[in-house]
Design a protein around this ligand. Structure first.
Ligand code: HBI
Ligand code: FE
Length: 289
């Protein structure tokens, strides 16, 4: 059993790099309808909430309303814009496989789509989370560079046994990141932008803390995988995010090895506080099932 719970090689039918054919012609009308329902909900909600690079990417890739997009079609434009491709995988893949794809500008996207009864939440990233949530940002040249830098950083972190720290960076940026803009905070994180409820909660709810992004502080902060985040970090620009990853992480990992985790709802004296949250949601959330 490797560190991330995968026991052996790729599942039957998958290639050595865990990719499979998308099989776009095989999607049923019902599956296309799930995409359309989710797309319509988010398309109505996100103007004024999602950041401009995301909205531009949505338009550029024409992730249109008529159903699940064909990767062959969106890859033509995505390749032209930033050299990225979307590749289909059966689901979560081992860390080293995931990072190798990112380091080579390939985004592994789940080939399956959630069931109609799972519209609001699902455990494993499906094609809507991956393609609607993650792929539009890959049309932005700076973010495209960041995602490749993250992949390379992940490969190195695996070698150094430091993945748990780097996973937090991914979580609080790629999945749940907010961007400071002159009009106020805007969403770029895929986990937020693909979720109707969290697209509202992350920007409007008084419950979570909203803090200025600091790389090492983020890497000391645990995260939730089962519910809304209790803290969101805001980057001043995507360039600042990319610049933060272009430094040598070795001294950072050495300091992190001696530093304790920061409790998830805690605000540090050095934090740039945008919102001091009430944590009311987390304190009143239904007891974990
Ligand atoms: N696999 N398909 C897929 N998608 C992910 O987002 C993903 C993964 N494997 C590992 C992983 N994410 C995380 O462990 C890394 O982000 C740290
Ligand atoms: Fe994701």
């Amino acid at each position: 059993m490797s560190a991330d719970g995968f026991t052996n090689g790729p599942p039957p039918g998958a290639r050595a790099d865990w990719t499979i054919d998308q099989g776009w012609n095989g999607y049923s009308d019902a599956e296309h309808q799930v995409w359309i329902t989710l797309y319509e909900r988010q398309a109505a909600l996100l103007p004024g909430r999602a950041c401009d690079p995301f909205l531009k990417g949505l338009e550029a890739l024409d992730l249109h309303r008529s159903g699940i997009p064909d990767f062959a079609r969106i890859n033509t434009e995505l390749n032209r814009l930033t050299g990225w491709s979307v590749v289909a995988v059966p689901g979560l893949v081992p860390d080293e496989v995931f990072f190798d794809h990112l380091a080579n500008r390939r985004f592994p996207a789940g080939q399956f789509i959630r069931k109609p009864e799972e519209l609001d939440y699902l455990q494993e990233p499906d094609i809507f989370h991956d393609v609607f949530g993650h792929v539009p940002m890959l049309t932005d040249p700076v973010f495209a560079d960041y995602m490749q830098a993250y992949g390379r950083g992940g490969q190195r972190a695996l070698q150094l046994g430091q993945l748990h720290n780097l996973a937090r960076l991914y979580w609080y940026t790629v999945e749940f990141g907010l961007l400071q803009t002159p009009q106020g905070p805007r969403i770029y994180g895929a986990g937020i932008v693909s979720s109707r409820a969290e697209s509202l909660f992350a920007l409007d709810d008084p419950s979570p803390n909203r803090l200025g992004f600091d790389l090492e502080r983020v890497m000391r902060t645990p995260y939730r995988i089962d519910d809304f985040q209790q803290v969101y970090f805001l980057v001043p620009s995507l360039q600042a995010l990319l610049d933060a990853t272009l430094q040598d992480f070795a001294p950072i990992y050495e300091r992190l090895a001696r530093a304790s985790d920061i409790p998830i709802a805690q605000i540090e004296p050095s934090d740039q506080v945008v919102t001091r949250g009430t944590q009311a949601y987390a304190l009143n959330r239904p007891a974990a099932q």
